[in-house]
Design a binder for this molecule. Structure first.
Ligand code: AMP
Ligand code: ZN
Length: 458
């Protein structure tokens, strides 16, 4: 399996450090609002990576954090805490905000068939572990105190900026002029912050009533569950220049090591070629897609049209195409379910190899999908091809296996009509069977009579 490593800027052969188990950490959401479909692209990438690793026979110990404290409006120590801001706007307790949007996020990823990591770690439940972590960095001499903040001193490192390859000097040139005058270097960042009087999310700590800096949570929690070094760290490309540099800095201050061997970053979703933003009114959630008639799995399919390292551009036309593609995949699968043809093992092997080469080539899903379409389109119907599609589906994640049973979830009155129609057909009462079919069609269903019975779909 080959993957692109942001740290070395090369495609490399992947091998876990420790036998067959892959230890992985993913930066999770800040739960102050509903996830938009751009955010969800990041977790679809994470899920595809998990599935490809499993396809290759690895087991996973995967941790994802939920940021429910400490993430300021800017990643670089500026602005209000995102949770506090949402709480103020919604006139709610920040803990309530976190609970609500965390559950909404978990619901979203479930609907997209994104498998949950083995461990989901909430920042607010790991304050003690962060406290211990930061105290060791302090003891190792990597920090300095100002009135309200303990800063990480990036000039103490032999090199800061290993991921983005930017020196402190270059960062200075790119930075905005006004920055906290108490900071010694432009790239220094807060690790422990004194909470103002009105701050709700704060804890009694070694430095008084404080809350942790955002970057600290990922370092402390990845250390807690995965140790000083692990295999893969994932996130969005926006994490490269600040958040992940700071995680590496903290880890060097803690143990002298870069925490992960491989760093993988997913590029952004754009909308009509531009940025998604509230002000442009083009910030969509899964619910917005559902309101336009697109089930979450259509969005999953859409994401396979691009490699995770490229931008992907969202348009409604592209969603329509993905909807058609998903239907084609399901129909192709159902077609092969009914098949009786024998397909030679050699032919199957060729497809299998092509698919495996694609997914192991840095998760090249567009090429993997082209193999899937060859199998779907194959004119002979065959259970061997059904089995092949199910194998591929362990990576694709459409849950094809249960697709044929979806009619069991139909409303009761529709199920009753299907039964009445089956009865009419058994008795060769074609007029009655046609009458019921017309009612079902009127209600928005498509019906197919197969050797395994009636297939019905909304
Ligand atoms: P946040 O909850 O703001 O910390 O973001 C969660 C994840 O979404 C991060 O990994 C970001 O890199 C990612 N992200 C934010 N906007 C986009 C976008 N437009 N396309 C893809 N990923 C994004
Ligand atoms: Zn993180």
């Amino acid at each position: 399996m080959k993957i692109y490593n942001t740290l070395t800027r090369k495609i490399e052969d992947f091998q876990p450090m420790d036998g067959q188990q892959v230890k992985m950490y993913s930066c999770g959401p800040t739960v102050y609002n509903y996830a938009h479909i751009g955010n969800l692209r990041a977790y679809l990438f994470m899920d595809t990576l998990r599935r490809v690793l499993k396809y290759n026979g690895y087991s996973l110990k995967h941790v994802m954090n939920i940021t429910d404290v400490g993430h300021l409006v800017s990643d670089a120590d500026e602005g209000e805490d995102k949770m506090m801001k949402a709480a103020r706007v919604e006139k709610k307790d920040p803990f309530e905000i976190a609970e609500f949007y965390m559950n909404a996020f978990l619901q979203d990823i479930k609907q997209l068939h994104i498998d949950q990591p083995e461990m989901i770690a909430r920042a607010t439940e790991h304050i003690e572990c962060m406290e211990k972590y930061v105290q060791k960095i302090i003891k190792n001499g990597y920090t300095y105190e100002t009135k309200n903040t303990i800063y990480f001193d990036t000039s103490k490192l032999d090199q800061y900026g290993v991921l983005s390859n930017r020196s402190i000097e270059e960062q200075k040139a790119g930075a905005r002029v006004e920055f906290d005058s108490e900071k010694r270097n432009i790239s220094d960042f807060a690790v422990w912050i004194k909470a103002p009087e009105n701050h709700i999310m704060k804890w009694d700590t070694f430095w008084g009533k404080c809350y942790p800096g955002w970057h600290l949570e990922c370092s402390a929690m990845s250390y807690e569950y995965l140790g000083e070094q692990f295999d893969i760290h994932t996130g969005g490309i926006d994490h490269i220049p600040i958040h992940h540099e700071n995680e590496i800095a903290q880890s060097k201050g803690f143990s002298g090591k870069v925490p992960a061997k491989f760093w993988m970053h997913v590029d952004f979703l754009t909308i009509n070629g531009g940025k998604m933003s509230k002000s442009l009114n083009n910030l969509y959630t899964l619910q917005d897609l559902a309101d336009k008639g697109y089930e979450p799995l259509v969005y999953r399919m859409f994401n396979f049209t691009s490699s995770y390292r490229n931008k992907i551009n969202f348009t409604w036309e592209a969603m329509e195409a993905a909807k058609i593609a998903l239907n084609r995949l399901r129909e192709g699968y159902l077609k092969h379910c009914e098949g009786t043809a024998d397909i030679s093992q050699d032919t199957i092997k060729v497809w299998e190899e092509k698919f495996e080469n694609a997914i192991n080539d840095d998760l090249n899903m567009p090429v993997a999908m082209s193999v899937v379409w060859e199998v779907v389109k194959y004119p002979q119907k065959s259970k061997d091809l059904k089995a092949l599609l199910l194998k591929f589906d362990t990576v694709l994640g459409f849950d094809l296996e249960h697709y044929q049973n979806k009619e069991q979830e139909l409303p009761q009155e529709i199920q009753a009509l299907v039964k009445q129609r089956d009865f009419a057909r058994q008795n060769k009462n074609w007029a009655e069977s046609d009458r019921i079919r017309d009612i079902l069609i009127d209600q928005g269903y498509t019906i197919k009579d197969t050797s395994q019975g009636t297939m019905i779909q909304k």
